[in-house]
Design a protein around this ligand. Structure first.
Ligand code: NAD
Length: 418
């Protein structure tokens, strides 16, 4: 799927009739950095990892994007996800560009001590190319507040006290109220707007969720609090279901126990093969795990009428075409999961101002931004008779493109419109 990462950009650029030269400028990453990390681990074994950071675009502000620790991480992966970050920050209009990075390690098989050492060696080698005014990492798959704390600490050793170098930090270490659940809350916000658009009540809705990490579990909890029944959840260990709706707080407690490993053995439901989640019989499907969950092989069997893309790039272009033909309502990733980067922006702003916001203010401002972005994309889709994904990319390309070209060219009207 990652080889298709320019597909949606080009689809929107075609509608805009954007010149090839402008496309090249907007698609090319600003730079890509690769570092080698070697350690002697806690078992006295030699281990070797590679770390990546692709910095895609900084026209609208310092670059921003998650740090993923996963064996599949490589330069292509980071590049495709960095590209998405540029459009995501532009869709919600927060003053950042796009970047993404990670290390090809598997934290599930590492001690915290080894993970801390690997993270610190990554920062040591990246310290000149990240920073509060340059590029600000954040959590992504398999990274969390603990990892962000190590990054802040290591960077500050070289550059002095710098809480704004990274977001998604714990509350007690210059994090923001509401950041941990922000991506899930943003998913909840846009799902609510989609239900309003379709004249559906919040309470008679069923949901199926793939992925029960930071994004999936917080989205599940907040959506269940609105009255929806989450009838099935799957993660890398398998799936669990109950037709009357899972007890989400109990499932969150269950998965927090390290020895349980995931959702599949949860006693409050029946187990199933996790791959079935995509075609589960539910009103709303929320992919919140990895890329490429909805493919040409399973898209024709998706039963949900609404897909909220909480994960990055969960739908392949072939599957997207099938879902669109079937009239399934898709809220695209660059809009649906932008709540995380939005509250990251609030965290960064608080760090720079040495000031703290209360939770109500964070949630209130987040809700305003998500609803405004949803409406803007939805109105554009309606006006230009295109899908929401194409409208979201169109909106983002106009914003980021105009900023990029204004920096280098006196004539900014190169197909970017008003
Ligand atoms: P996480 O590591 O907290 O959770 C990932 C979840 O995916 C886990 O429950 C894991 O078991 C599950 N998973 C992994 N492989 C799977 C498989 N093959 N089948 C089913 N489930 C599987 O990660 P996260 O932060 O929740 O990120 C999830 C997605 O959301 C990613 O695509 C990420 O890029 C995206 N995202 C995250 C944030 C954020 O703030 N954390 C923001 C925007 C987008």
């Amino acid at each position: 799927m990652l080889s298709d990462s320019h597909f949606y950009f080009n689809k929107a650029a075609d509608v805009m009739d954007l010149q090839d030269k402008v496309r090249q400028i907007l698609l090319s990453p600003r730079r890509s950095i690769k570092v080698e990390i070697a350690i002697e681990d806690s078992n006295d074994e030699l281990q070797h990892y590679t770390g990546y950071r692709v910095q895609h675009n900084n026209a609208r502000g310092p670059m921003k994007g998650g740090l993923r620790f996963h064996p599949s991480m490589d330069e292509d992966h980071a590049g495709a996800l960095a590209n998405l970050m540029t459009w995501k920050t532009a869709v919600v209009d927060v003053p950042f560009g796009g970047a993404k990075g990670g290390i090809d390690c598997d934290p599930h098989t590492m001690t915290d001590k080894d993970l801390s050492l690997v993270t610190r060696l990554y920062v040591e080698q990246m310290k000149e190319v990240i920073g509060p005014a340059i590029d600000i990492p954040a959590p992504d798959v398999n990274t969390d507040g603990k990892v962000m704390s190590w990054i802040m600490d290591e960077y500050s050793k070289y550059k002095g006290f710098s809480p704004g170098v990274v977001t998604g930090k714990p509350l007690h270490l210059f994090g923001s109220e509401g950041r941990e659940e922000a991506t899930g809350r943003g998913v909840m916000n846009v799902r609510a707007e989609a239900l309003k658009d379709r004249d559906r009540n919040f309470s008679d809705i069923t949901g199926a969720i793939q992925g029960f990490g930071n994004v999936g579990s917080n989205a599940a909890r907040l959506i269940a609090e609105q009255g929806a029944k989450i009838v099935a959840v799957a993660d890398h260990t398998g799936g669990v279901t109950t037709p009357n709706g899972l007890d989400i707080p109990a499932l969150i407690d269950w998965t927090a126990e390290r020895e349980h490993g995931g959702v599949s053995q949860f006693p409050g439901g029946e187990s199933f093969d996790g791959a079935e989640i995509v075609t589960w019989d539910a009103d709303v499907l929320i992919p919140a795990a990895l890329e490429g969950a909805i493919t040409e092989d399973n898209a024709a069997d998706v039963k949900a009428q609404i897909v909220v893309e909480a994960a990055n790039a969960p739908t392949t272009p072939g599957a997207d075409a099938i879902l669109n033909d079937r009239g399934i309502f898709i809220i695209p990733d660059i809009l649906a999961n932008a709540g995380g980067v939005t509250v990251s922006y609030f965290e960064w702003a608080q760090n720079i101002q040495r000031f703290r916001w209360e939770l109500d203010r964070v949630n209130d401002e987040l809700g305003k931004i998500m609803r405004k972005a949803y409406r803007s994309v939805s109105d554009m889709a309606e006006r230009e008779q295109v899908e929401k994904r194409t409208a979201a990319f169109g909106r983002a390309i106009r914003r980021a493109g105009k900023a990029a070209l204004s920096r280098v060219h006196v004539n900014t009207d190169l197909g970017l419109g008003g």
